[in-house]
Design a protein around this ligand. Structure first.
Ligand code: CA
Length: 223
């Protein structure tokens, strides 16, 4: 899952980015409104966290422009202001939810999960494939009743595959959704992660759930 964080308070931005990355999100941070709008228009995000009071362009204006350009990415507004009229303006501009600062990280996290679920119209947060189950909220993976320990990045890669189960995903799709725009890793980084994930998920099972599609990428599914 890839998140755009538009927040001019560097410390808060740093704390949020770190927390979200620990949850397996890839986070691009923008520190003013113009940069935020530019990234939101040019990259493909699963969610935008948008501060209202920003230099150069405020969050309400950014949201309004994105919606008028038919960018439908869910937007969660963050603001220090708690007045009712700001909330109304934020939601009128096309934001999906609103969080007033200061907020607890746990609160942010549960709002994010609720928004992502709503935008995908999923009745249940659980992602499953045969006897493999991934819970994005509890950050838990179970294969055949056995708890599987994954690092945050491994978890993010597996979540990405399971959200597109039975579809072939390319290495580029995976890197774009799981790593942020500063990423300049080796081209085989996805293969390294996939090998680790398969070792943990598939190695001891008769039925393999993650497959290499030669020359293209990977697929989570049953052959
Ligand atoms: Ca601000």
């Amino acid at each position: 899952m890839r998140v755009l964080l538009v927040e001019d308070e560097r410390r808060l931005s740093g704390v949020l980015k770190k927390g979200l990355e620990e949850d397996g999100f890839a986070v691009d941070a923008a520190f003013d409104g113009e940069e935020g709008l530019f990234l939101a228009q040019s990259e493909d995000y699963d969610l935008i966290l948008l501060d209202v009071m920003l230099p150069k362009m405020d969050g309400i204006e950014i949201c309004r422009r994105l919606r008028s350009q038919n960018v439908k990415t869910p937007v969660l507004m963050l603001t220090a202001k708690s007045q009712v009229e700001d909330k109304v303006a934020g939601l009128d501009s096309g934001a999906d939810d609103y969080l007033t600062k200061p907020f607890a990280f746990l609160e942010l996290r549960s709002r994010i999960q609720a928004l992502l679920r709503r935008s995908r119209q999923e009745p249940s947060p659980l992602l499953s494939l045969a006897d493999l189950e991934l819970d994005p909220i509890k950050h838990k993976v179970v294969r055949a009743g056995r708890l599987v320990e994954l690092t945050p990045k491994e978890f993010a890669v597996l979540e990405f595959l399971l959200r597109r189960k039975n579809e072939v995903v390319t290495r580029t799709m995976i890197t774009e959704h799981v790593w942020d725009y500063n990423f300049e890793g080796m081209s085989n980084v996805v293969d390294v992660f996939m090998a680790a994930i398969r070792r943990k998920i598939d190695n001891r099972e008769a039925v393999k759930l993650i497959h290499t599609i030669h020359g293209v990428g990977y697929k989570a599914g049953q052959l």
